[in-house]
Design a protein around this ligand. Structure first.
Ligand SMILES: Cc1ncc(COP(=O)(O)O)c(C=O)c1O
Length: 392
């Protein structure tokens, strides 16, 4: 392997359809947020079978806005998982809340629903879930707890666009569902996100908050009819309704999203095939795989992770990361536990005893390349190198 045939960790799967749709936007008179973003929202809400979908420039934006809508007071708490990306934790802090961690399950690597209730206090306002890797959290018991204590559920679905829990779509269980279309996600717009919800008032507020708090969509001001003031008015001025942000998706990105959504099913089939092949050839290695038999679900297979089993091997995860990289294979670490991050350690006094399962998994996990477009030959090479690492 040399740098010309390095196997990338993640890769988008674009074709002529994306080309055509983006060119259409480029050749139109408007490339900002507009009709194409609206069309992507409509298509996404139909795909997820929810009333409202609001396009944003990231999943982080969706999480931040969801949390801002809770109007958290000082020291209000939001329960969440330690095995996640910084965006989950940062959004809570930036919305004025305090993240409270509940350790993960050893099979799904999702928040352990059995440990949530013990962490609830009078200050708890919400549970922020992450459907890690594409396997949904065990929603039935979590919804029961949320109802009992009057807590809002926010779903971080960055890994779980296609996922279902007992035939119900992820993102549609609680207050909001937050999706990512970042460059390595199952469908991608380069950067991008979507917030879905059932409630019209939440949707309306998100629409305003994502664009500075403006009372009406800025893009409509560029259309001829918007220049005509309402009867009786000399000029229909915009207002600022709330202290908003700049979190809107633009039509160039939405054009990519529309094209990607059309192939979401066929792309997931490719992921499924790759996962089967990894499972078949790697099952004898001294590693754990993420899965569960305890409820029915559809897996979006965003990640293919392995966790080194310290009881069966003395090999170290970090040596494996380095070895694979040297052999021309891109790898990811999703994730180190947030309890090992210096910033949070300082803020919340988290340490490696705070969430023991997450700590073990965070220290021993790695993600292998998994995307449609990963060639059979490349996957065989990855498998061969992994076996060699453990054999030696
Ligand atoms: C679990 C999780 N939440 C949130 C995010 C943030 O997504 P975005 O990059 O679209 O803001 C990511 C990104 O990788 C993620 O993995």
């Amino acid at each position: 392997m040399n740098k010309h045939n390095f196997i990338q960790y993640g890769k988008p799967y674009y074709g002529s359809e994306e080309d055509k749709q983006v060119k259409k936007v480029l050749n139109s008179n408007w490339i900002g947020t507009g009709p194409i973003s609206q069309k992507f929202e409509k298509n996404f809400s139909e795909y997820k079978k929810v009333n409202y979908a609001k396009s944003l420039n990231s999943c982080t934006a969706a999480l931040h806005l969801s949390l801002l809508l809770l109007n958290l007071k000082k020291n209000d708490e939001v329960i969440t998982t330690p095995l996640t990306f910084a965006a989950t934790i940062n959004s809570i802090i930036l919305a004025g809340g305090k993240p409270v961690l509940v350790d993960i399950r050893n099979d799904t690597y999702n928040i352990d629903e059995k440990k949530i209730e013990k962490k609830i206090t009078r200050k708890t306002k919400a549970i922020l879930l992450v459907h890690f890797g594409g396997i949904p959290c065990d929603m039935d018991p979590i919804i029961k707890i949320a109802n009992k204590y009057n807590l809002k559920i926010i779903e971080d679905c960055a890994h779980a666009i296609e996922s279902k829990y007992k035939n119900k779509n992820t993102g549609s269980f609680g207050f909001t569902g937050c999706f990512s279309f970042y460059a390595n996600k199952n469908i991608t717009t380069g950067e991008g996100g979507m917030l879905i919800c059932k409630d019209k008032n939440i949707a309306k507020k998100i629409e305003i908050m994502r664009l500075h708090g403006l009372s009406r969509d800025a893009w409509k001001r560029y259309m001829p009819q918007e220049k005509i003031p309402k009867a009786g008015l000399v000029w229909d001025h915009y207002d600022i309704k709330y202290v908003g942000l700049k979190y809107n998706m633009i039509d160039i990105n939405a054009a990519l999203g529309i094209s990607q959504l059309k192939k979401i099913t066929s792309m997931l089939k490719e992921r499924n095939k790759l996962v089967k092949e990894y499972n078949k050839h790697l099952k004898h290695l001294p590693v754990f795989f993420q899965n569960t038999n305890s409820y029915k679900f559809k897996n979006a297979h965003h990640l293919f992770t392995i966790v080194l089993d310290k009881k069966r091997t003395k090999k170290k995860r970090d040596y494996l990361l380095r070895y694979l990289n040297e052999e021309g294979i891109g790898v990811g670490v999703n994730y180190r536990s947030v309890t090992s991050m210096s910033c949070y350690k300082k803020l919340f006094k988290w340490n490696n005893q705070t969430c023991k399962n997450a700590n073990y998994i965070g220290n021993n996990i790695l993600s292998l390349p998994l995307y449609p477009g990963l060639k059979k030959k490349e996957q065989q090479y990855i498998i061969k190198k992994l076996k060699k690492f453990f054999d030696n």
